[in-house]
Ligand binder design. Sequence first.
Ligand code: AGP
Length: 589
Amino acid sequence: MCGIIGYVGDTAAAPILLKALRNLEYRGYDSAGIATIHNGKVSAEKDVGKIDQVCGKHDLEKLPGNVGIGHVRWATHGDVTQVNAHPHFDCKGEIAVVHNGIVENYRELRTRLEPKHRFVSQTDTEVIPHLIEEYMDAGATLEQAVLQTSRQLKGCYAFAAVCVKEPDRVVATRRESPLVVGANSHRAFIASDALAFLQETNRVVFLEDGEFVILGKTVTFLDQDGKPIKKEFKEVDWKWDQATKQGYDYYMMKEILEEPQAIRQAMMQDRKLLLEMGIGILRSRQVVITACGTSRFAALIGRYLFSRLAGKFCDVIMGSEFQYFSDSIDRNTLVIAVSQSGETADVIQGVKRAKENGAQVYSIVNTVGSTLARMADRVLYLNCGPEIGVAATKTFVSQLTLFYLLAFTMENRLDDGIQQLLDICPLIEQNVKQNNKGLQVLAQKTRDRNDFYYIARGINFAIAAEGALKMKEISYIHAEGMPAGELKHGTLALVDHGTPIVVVAPDDYTYDETIANAHETKARGAFVIGLSEETNPIFDAWIPIPDVDEIFQPLVTVVPLQLLAYYSALARGRDPDKPRNLAKSVTVL
Ligand code: AGP
């Protein structure tokens, strides 16, 4: 997703902006650019490609001045071209703007501006510098012009502007797209994500919808009417080294290996808060969990745990569909929003509608101060540090851990639950070592297959779905996960000689039926990959898993499937950290 950065400080802006953009690379992007202000002039360079490629073509690092803005673009409006890359400019080249989000009414604004302004790109963003230009030409300051411009925009946005007429400042605002301000004694930043400037400072302020910030000699905050407001800087406890590869080839591998530690860290929760939330869940007339992608699969397992351990039924609705159920959401509804980023627009939109209908909201997020954290009545944080790989791994097991804690709290067995979770961590560590080589071999063996099917029953059904999601997002091959019993209702028609079928079959009450479904595929020539404690003659390849109680199986079944996806991506020459077309934080609808 697009990432923006703005900087004002005591040293040259360009190298700092570039470093910050590199820190935002994980969000996914297709072009990059920066603009700085110096000697009454905007200097800018931008182009398509990764930051290193853009730097190879243009001397971004040498752009002069101590004030600047930067951007990594994930195309929404307009092709991936140099002219569509950010920053965008006004007619005179005196104002530069970077933007994250979507200006929904840009066509209407552009039609209105076009008679007097020269547009060069196909983007929605370009209306912003031209609007600022209009207001400044009419006598407004940059701050006033940004305020007036924001009132014209519909949709979600976070944008930052610089102008040669006020060369000492960056002005920025947001609505429904994240924007965080960071500052130390001699430097100030705005960015889409605090990771952008974490090497410089961990003192941050999260801007609320409609607020403005002016970075200059001091940092000034304004409310939506332009009146100065006080906001307090808080320290985020993420450490920069958590966001580096620390010797691993890819973040994804590092983050998979961090999973046992992530489970331990996720268990560090305030017991009183857990109890309040557990009681809240039990007492609510209806509970709806909403999430997208991997977080939704964690939610499906959470639903199973609530039912199994606490006898509490709840529904899981994917974020992008949740708003369409708003007719049945009211003040007797408790919504649990699950999101590693806390910034997923689909989830935010549904939660917003639910709040308008009077629902209570709990959030389970990783990013402290993120939008979903701020929208919630109660928040549980994953505490697993930043996850940089686009494919969610350690945040998934952390989300599961929080569902275990809530379910055990509801059952009044929290201490027992914690002990059992602690016992599982070393089993995961051993299992990774045990499977590592075999999974590399398996990935090589199946590297020419373009369709994978994953099946499981009960609590592991969502793991089959998650295994398939991991495979498709980083290997670019077709993969589907489904309840094993569902296979014969359609998908079996696609199974052919050599088709890999990943069978998640732990030794529990689902085992016999799942194996029976595996036989149905074997009879059609499938290559059966079995995950279970003991091997079975039907398996063409076996991935051993440790023997744990049924309710904890998802924690041990998911890790080998993450590794299989990882090695399959490598076997096909893909970069598992930066899958094409995908973004870490999906801040558009
Ligand atoms: C996970 O591997 C995916 N990258 C994606 O499905 C992700 O889980 C989804 O976009 C939701 O993100 P969130 O947890 O930040 O809300």
